[in-house]
Design a protein around this ligand. Structure first.
Ligand code: ATP
Length: 302
């Protein structure tokens, strides 16, 4: 659908995206992750042709995108709100449909559909400037999705949305991706990504740190083992831990947490078996898998 090829973008001397390569394929629901300022918006803006100095580019239908951008195939909602503030909700969405060249006989149906997805039925006739921040965000999204494009590019679409509106929007996007459309969104809401995305694109230090299936990203997850001892850990045991266990954390004088990759070759038993004889009298062990949020935080920190 879209191929990002050797894309680099800089603002003056500040290289924001360094040699990005990835594809958005039919059926993909890509979540873009990264810290503030990592370049998520720059990337999404570049997919719709808003870029500063760059090399490489975006290939669509075997051609590099230029001024003849396929707007009718793309629904784009930027991070900053771009709307006609003194028109009502319905007219804003209608305008988007006209710009996307939708047949005028279908405009009412498409408008109603999009306004329903973002639950603004009762505010149809309200002037956008008089709406709350979250409602304005919903208008912008309705405008981006109303023409049911092949590709959805939404920059932090759930920011400012209440939980039920976020779920409704993401349910819709998920259905669209299952109908072989392509979806790419950036968000800081990791739990939503965990539920809805099929692929993750993680930006760190101006590069793509990870691009691939969510499951693969999660595979690098760790398991956390909580180990409680019968007595206070001795100094000798502390120094043994320091020397021999890669990732652990002391919780209190009686217990530690050990982190291991989520694979069968790194079971807690293989670790415990390395404990020197007659040390670490274990009282209890429990474990839990670290979720996507913590996986992401670990990756950002390291
Ligand atoms: N118009 C601009 N001129 C100069 N620098 C810019 C401009 N827009 C963005 N930048 C810089 O580019 C970098 C990436 O910004 P971008 O908005 O893409 O990050 P982001 O990942 O979307 O951040 P956030 O999570 O805060 O929305 C930042 O260092 C930012 O200061």
């Amino acid at each position: 659908m879209l191929e990002v090829k050797d894309l680099s973008i800089n603002y003056d001397d500040n290289v924001v995206l360094n040699n990005f390569n990835f594809c958005l394929s039919p059926g993909d629901f890509i979540g873009v992750l990264g810290s503030n300022g990592s370049g998520k918006s720059t990337l999404l803006n570049s997919l719709v042709g808003v870029y500063p100095n760059k090399s490489g580019g975006i290939i669509y239908n075997q051609k590099y995108l230029d001024k003849n951008h396929p707007f009718s195939s793309i629904g784009f909602s930027p991070q900053s709100q771009v709307m006609d503030w003194y028109l009502d909700v319905w007219s804003n969405v209608e305008l988007g449909l006209r710009l996307a060249n939708i047949d005028k006989h279908k405009i009412k149906e498409y408008c109603d559909f999009a306004i329903d997805i973002v639950s603004l039925n009762s505010a149809k006739k309200k002037i956008v400037d008089t709406l709350s921040g979250g409602q304005q965000q919903r208008v912008q999204i309705a405008r981006a999705i109303a023409h049911k494009p092949n590709i959805y590019i939404l920059d932090e679409p759930t920011t400012g949305l209440d939980v039920e509106s976020s779920e409704k929007l993401l349910d819709f996007l998920l259905l669209e991706s299952q109908n072989n459309k392509g979806v790419i969104i950036s968000t800081h809401d990791i739990s939503l990504l965990e539920c809805f995305c099929t692929k993750i694109l993680f930006i760190k230090d101006n590069k793509i740190e990870f691009f691939g299936c969510k499951e693969e990203f999660m595979k690098e997850q760790m398991i956390r083992f909580y180990i409680e001892f019968e007595y206070k850990i001795t100094d000798a045991e502390f120094s043994w831990l320091k020397k021999n266990i890669n990732e652990y954390q002391v919780i209190n004088p009686f217990s530690i947490e050990i982190f291991t990759p989520n694979t069968t070759d790194h079971t807690i038993f293989s670790i415990i078996n390395t404990f020197p004889k007659d040390t670490f009298n274990i009282k209890n062990i429990s474990s839990n898998v670290i979720n996507l949020r913590e996986t992401y935080l670990n990756k950002v920190k390291h």
